[in-house]
Design a protein around this ligand. Structure first.
Ligand code: FHN
Length: 595
């Protein structure tokens, strides 16, 4: 840790010590930006962590009484409406004989992960440690031993931070309110949130003092009305009072408002935003911390029939996408009931690890891209830009629009091969030879004089006059999400869903508007592309699959002046469709090619 960070941490400790010994509670939400930066330093350096969802739900693994239960595996008690008296019988089946925490940590470290967040207690209330506050825990199972202690020891021995997920919502506790809707006549229930908060605090004390120091307390289940901002502030301060340097996510409070759980500074507590199963369309200002949590298939807790695994390429590119916007990626594993990781997960994490072995320098401790055009992923650190090249660029070059810093040179990180730097469109451009060094993501290291701040260029017209408005560069509205696997935006349901781009036009003229989209069977609807006050519309029909993309002209429009323009897309699905389309890009193609 840097001297500055150490000073910050020491300052924090002294304030805490004085506060506690003077008998008054310290309000940790009032710390300075420098103190917070010191506390968050390891988090910003780490960039990549392992999420683990493990508990009784791994036993049914998505099935109940012979029925496949839809939805995420750890919600089976809710989705199958299992009364507690039945669900808690699973305690007598929990016996992960093949649980090997050292192997779990080895897999995480081999993947390049720097911290581990495990569900100490999920919504079902079952505890993975021997808690004095309840017998609904691992000590009551045939396994009988503490799961968390050996994992924390293995993590620390390997140099990884140990972190605990803890659910505020609790489907079993006699004082938690509300009682689960599917188990209303449960005997002995006495709603009393003050008593329940005392229970939580006692358990959090066990976790922090018995297994700490911890990296993060990862709260979840904060959305029910009985949990309030006031209770969140109190719990945040309580946890920090037990370990002042601990990091607490924004779900301790009602902070998940907005895309990345980030709202105006100060109206909620929690140290960082927690977008889930998505990557925010734009980065956040420097100094705003956030972490995207994602599954490798579609469930957090293990489900035997969920085989929708993301590819290693998608996982690597998602990590790069997140870090290039200034965030961390918390990638989830749902272990089986026997304590092993599914083979498909181990294979993918090993592939990610091989990429990280060569390219980790472009991830760890880097900060967000200086470029507004996010399609060109870039991370930066210590006078170096790391330009991430996913596919061979059709133009043969990657143009670093807006970069004014002097470029000293460029090379592939993987093999040191020098890359030619030329001028294109008045900006430095890397010539990218055929034959990228890595099929997932080839990283070009660009040495620059000084570190560029945010280079707020918009999308610039290509040499041939075309303007490409791509999915990854869009500012999204409504329910539209960016999917890395298909490099597209969806779903498009109604008028609230939209995408917008700002672009710079050097050569005005008449343009043909084309969309590149995919549409599954039964999907389809109407699409409209608008550029300021001109609009072209069309009907989108099935292309046969959400992964089969088709490029279609919609009509022409005239852009009469050079300068800054904005374009928006809206689409409305047809009655029976799930979505109108999956949109990969909008192209403005000059009707009369540029001279
Ligand atoms: O309901 C939980 C869910 O089971 C899972 O733990 C995710 C992980 O972030 N959090 C909640 C849904 O937002």
């Amino acid at each position: 840790m840097s001297r500055w960070a150490t000073t910050g941490a020491v300052g924090l400790y002294v304030a805490w010590w004085a506060g506690v010994h003077a008998g008054f509670a310290v309000d940790f939400t009032k710390e300075s930006a420098a103190e917070k930066a010191a506390r968050m330093a390891w988090f910003q350096e780490a960039r990549f962590g392992m999420f683990i969802h493990w508990g009784l739900y791994a036993i049914p693994a998505g099935e109940w009484k012979g029925q496949e239960i839809p939805g995420i595996g750890e919600w089976i008690m809710n989705r199958a409406k299992i009364p507690l008296v039945e669900y808690r019988q699973l305690v007598h089946q929990f016996n992960p004989t093949r649980y090997d925490p050292v192997e779990w940590v080895r897999i995480a470290k081999r993947a390049g992960m720097r911290y581990i967040v495990i569900t100490s207690k999920h919504h079902d209330g079952f505890c993975l440690w021997d808690s004095k506050e309840t017998d609904y825990d691992v000590a009551s199972t045939p396994y009988g031993r503490d799961v968390l202690k050996p994992l924390a020891e293995a993590a620390r021995a390997a140099g990884l931070r140990m972190c605990f997920y803890y659910s505020i919502m609790d489907w079993q506790h006699p004082n938690y309110e509300p009682l689960p809707a599917w188990d209303r006549d449960r005997p002995g229930h006495r709603p009393d949130m003050d008593a329940y908060v005392r229970y939580m605090k006692a358990q959090l004390k066990e976790l922090i003092e018995g297994y700490g120091p911890l990296g993060i307390l990862w709260f979840d289940g904060e959305w029910e009305p009985t949990w309030t901002h006031e209770r969140g502030v109190d719990l945040y301060n309580y946890v920090r009072s037990l370990q002042p340097t601990i990091i607490v996510n924004n779900r301790v409070d009602k902070g998940r408002k907005g895309m990345a759980g980030m709202t105006e500074e100060g109206d909620f507590v929690g140290d960082y935003g927690t977008p889930e199963q998505e990557v925010p369309s734009r980065g956040f200002p420097e100094g705003v911390y956030w972490e995207s949590c994602m599954t490798i298939n579609d469930t957090w807790g293990y489900k035997k029939n969920d085989h929708n695994w993301k590819s290693a390429t998608t996982l690597i590119r998602t990590l790069v996408d997140v870090v290039s916007k200034g965030g961390n990626l918390l990638l989830n594993v749902g272990p089986k009931a026997d304590g092993t990781f599914p083979d498909e997960i181990v294979e993918r994490l090993d592939a990610v690890g091989r990429w990280m072995d060569v390219n980790g320098e472009s991830i760890y401790g880097t900060t967000a891209t200086p470029f507004a055009r996010l399609r060109q992923r870039c991370t930066k650190r210590d006078g170096r830009l790391y330009v991430h090249v996913f596919e061979q660029p059709a133009s043969g070059a990657v143009v670093l629009h807006g970069l004014t810093n002097q470029v000293r040179g460029a090379r592939w990180l993987a093999n040191g091969t020098p890359l030619r730097v030329v001028q294109r469109d008045g900006a430095p451009a890397l010539e990218i030879p055929e034959g990228l060094p890595d099929p997932h993501d080839s990283v070009a290291v660009v040495e620059v004089v000084g570190m560029p701040g945010a280079v707020a260029t918009t999308i610039v017209q290509d040499d041939d006059g075309t303007v490409e408005l791509s999915a990854s560069d869009a500012q999204r509205e409504g329910g539209v999400r960016y999917d890395m696997t298909t490099d597209s935006l969806g779903p498009w349901v109604g008028s609230q869903d939209g995408a917008e781009w700002a672009f710079h036009l050097k050569r005005p003229g008449e343009f043909r508007v084309e969309i590149e989209y995919a549409c599954g069977r039964g999907d389809g609807g109407e699409v409209q592309v608008t550029v300021v006050d001109q609009a072209v519309t069309g009907e989108v029909k099935s292309t046969g699959s959400p992964h089969k993309f088709h490029r279609m002209p919609l009509g022409t429009l005239k852009l009469t002046e050079a300068g800054e323009w904005r374009s928006t897309v809206r689409a409305r699905k047809s009655e029976t469709a799930r979505t109108a389309m999956y949109l990969r890009a909008v192209y403005l193609v000059p009707v009369t090619p540029a001279q």
